[in-house]
Design a protein around this ligand. Structure first.
Ligand SMILES: [Zn+2]
Length: 311
């Protein structure tokens, strides 16, 4: 009986201790900045001159292009180990491919933001197509999550046409550039990624760090990067939004169809034509058409292969 009581006590202690114990000597979150995105502010010194929200020694962790289960899970595990929080700029088509991962990231307390529908370089497309990329990204990620995402946006490849900046501002969406580039898409090595981040950080002393949760170097190196940030005394700031923005019903309908099509395959009706040539209709058609192209073209058109060349 005594043994049973002791065992029970140990179990209780074990259940109660982890947060206190596991989170001591870890990064944690030093402060949360709640951002009102009204007017669509621009953040990130690489592209914008607005004043930084960060003090010396503070960093914000951002992860683009996911979610992708194998690598995103490694990132989540490292963040959990350090009891810390990040912002994930997700791609709509990736959210459609794996909506459960969107919820898994959100359930861990991270901020969910958008990075367009299909990771196009918006400098190379019309304004109409750009708007569709932005809106369908938001609607598909939000549908996967089941509740509003943060009105935070990052341009693919950091390519930010003036008209699209204006559009985000009119929509009260905050645009996030970066301060520090991990260049994780240029290497498979976790230590190289960590070295690049720390080298830039030692000169800048603070900043929004760009990482990609789909990149193997980040999946491999994120734990040691967080360890090093902790040992060097950096503090993690978490960005949250104080507001949400209404999505556009036409894109919400497309989001439902895309998610349903993914779930049930070819039985689903083709998407309806609701707009002009530069709207989401062409965008979705392309996504579908891509599946019918020869493998060689598919690879060429697959943004995940092109992502290796940029942000
Ligand atoms: Zn990207």
């Amino acid at each position: 009986m005594l043994r049973l009581v002791l065992a029970y006590t140990v179990v209780i202690l074990f259940q109660e201790l982890p947060h206190g114990l596991a989170c001591s000597e870890k990064l944690g979150v030093s402060r949360t900045i709640t951002i009102d995105t009204s007017g669509g502010l621009l953040h990130g010194s690489v592209q914008y001159k607005t004043a930084s929200l960060l003090r010396e020694g503070e960093v914000v962790l951002t992860f683009d292009d996911g979610p992708l289960r194998p690598t995103t899970r490694k990132v989540l595990a490292a963040l959990r180990d350090h009891c810390t929080k990040a912002t994930f700029f997700m791609v709509g088509s990736m959210a459609v491919a794996n909506p459960a991962m969107v919820r898994e990231v959100a359930d861990a307390g991270h901020t969910i933001a958008s990075h367009t529908w299909s990771h196009k370089n918006l400098q190379r497309w019309s304004d109409g197509r750009g708007k569709a990329e932005i809106e369908l990204g938001i609607s598909t990620i939000q549908y996967a999550l089941g509740k509003p995402i943060a009105p935070f946006f990052r341009f693919p490849y950091l390519a930010d046409p003036k008209a699209m900046i204006t559009y985000n501002q009119q929509r009260n969406i905050a645009v996030f550039s970066i301060d520090i580039d991990s260049r994780d898409f240029r290497t498979r090595s976790g230590s190289q990624m960590r070295y690049t981040v720390m080298r830039h950080l030692r000169s800048r002393r603070k900043g929004i760090i760009l990482l990609h949760d789909i990149q193997i170097s980040t999946a491999r190196g994120i734990q040691s990067l967080l360890d090093e940030l902790y040992f060097e005394g950096y503090e993690i700031v978490h960005f949250e939004a104080s507001n949400t923005i209404p999505t556009i019903p036409a894109y919400d309908r497309q989001a439902v169809k895309l998610h349903t099509k993914k779930r049930f395959g070819p039985k689903v009706q083709p998407v309806e034509h609701i707009g002009t040539r530069h709207t989401e209709v062409n965008l979705i058609k392309e996504a579908g058409v891509n599946q019918n192209k020869p493998a060689s073209e598919r690879v060429k058109n697959d943004w995940r292969s092109r992502i290796l060349l940029g942000n």
